[in-house]
Design a protein around this ligand. Sequence first.
Ligand SMILES: [Zn+2]
Length: 575
Amino acid sequence: MDMTRADLSVRELLDLFKNGMLRANPEYQRGIVWTPSQSKKLIDSVMRSYPLPLIYLHHIKKEVSGMKREDLEIIDGQQRINALHQFAEGGYRLFHPVEDEEEARFPEFLKSQPCPWGGKDFHGLSDDLKTRFLDTKISVAYMTSPTDNEVRDLFVRLQAGLPLNAQETRDAWPGQFTDFILRLGGKPKIPRYPGHPFFQRVMGMKPSSDRGKTRQLSAQIAMLFFGRREGGPEFFSDINSPAIDDFYYTHIAFDASCPDATRFGAILDKLDALLGTGLHPKVRAHDAIHLALLVDTLWDEYTRDWEARLLSALDQFASSLVKAKASKDSTLPDEFWLRYGQWTRVNSDKGDRIRHRHEFYLEKMFQFLGPLQMKDPKRSFGPLEREVIYFRDGKRCAVCKAPVLWNEANVHHLRPHNDGGKTLLENGVLVHRHCHPKGNRLLEPIAVPAQEQTTQTQPLATGNPLLRTELTYTSQNCKATGRLTDKGFLLLNGSMIRKEQHDSTPANVVAIRKDAISNGLLRDEGDNYQLMRDHLFSSPSAAACFVSGNSRNGRDVWKDAQGRSLKQLEELGLG
Ligand SMILES: [Zn+2]
């Protein structure tokens, strides 16, 4: 097989494509069509002059009845060429690094750089940028071969077949993140990549024969670790294959000697030192993720007491999980199944499922590790306690009830510290930094009665006082609390829900309750259920029906602290 290399501009490549001289051979289709996000990121990397992978074309010369014809068939690069073509035709607009951050997931350093193409489609670009795009050079390899088979063999090797799976492709990606992961995960045939002993001794993985599995897991743990270091503990990205690809792509400028990278290595060193003796069951992949993140949280501010207790805490967690698995088909599965085990089954690489598991993992490990000593005994809560309280309180402020971002989160002593209040989980509640009672008010309890809240001047909250009023509904002996939001009715964590259902209970309520039990939103408390997290309903009536098991007019049954119904409050003009 012969190969010649050339650099074509995007303009030339698209001209070939538009003139039908660059053809897709259905046999070389991967079957995987790119998502819009992948296309947008490709163009973004063109605009940033990032190197693009080689495009492979099969150069076919035919002579039929004295007529000559040349064709180019795409062996590898179909999705990239489609993406370039559709963009040049005005088919989609590019990511704006800040406005589209949810979807684009660009790293911070990119968000602060100028991005004059952000949010624009091709026609919206300045002439300079259009030219930059069309003049970008793309490396192309032209393959010629007397037999089709050789080309097919190349295709198979390039795509999915023998040498290149997803991780092995990433191993060739430019930039230092690739090298960082090769060093951690190991590529034992290359002496400078022996791999970190954590994966081999503590987890029993075998990078020499697992075709990149160890490196992929190192990349997954590293992604979550760096994501949380950058975005705070609520930041859990997906870690499925496209997300890992994205991470490699967006971290092309990764600095393997940055403090966070050093810290990550040190955490794995510590885990290997503590657990590497093999006197424990192998740590499995899901658990390794949570373990590394837990140690990251413990690292700076607690004394090293936790080190001696880690092994036994892990054993307790693992054995509880085994027991819980046996209960999964019973009517009342164990919480280790409901809040952890079941989330390791399907879509376990989705960020929100990892977060679910991690909230539970922190809570339990905090318990199993026993009382933790802060290095510098202060009256403030430690990072692990803050994290547990943050998730336990559903990321909501105890003062204003609005959602709290991690960087504005404070923990307030319910019973004031000066008053003998302990720095314990039970005595801490989540508040906004700006809501945190200060100065003399430190002596006041935090639980501000609902009516006081509504009369306070509250410039931070929305103008509608009803949105801040805590409402209750008591059905039989079940007391539920909630409040209106501009998105619907929020039923608050701790609300009690009537267990009994009747023939008149609407079918959708039966279904929602069943679902809520299976995903841990409702906990069985014997006679009743308890709501374990805040939950948003479409209307006050929907929430009331969920609580009582019967159709209810929410505007009649939800009442404020003075017993006025929602309807009356609205009529009073409070709405
Ligand atoms: Zn607040």
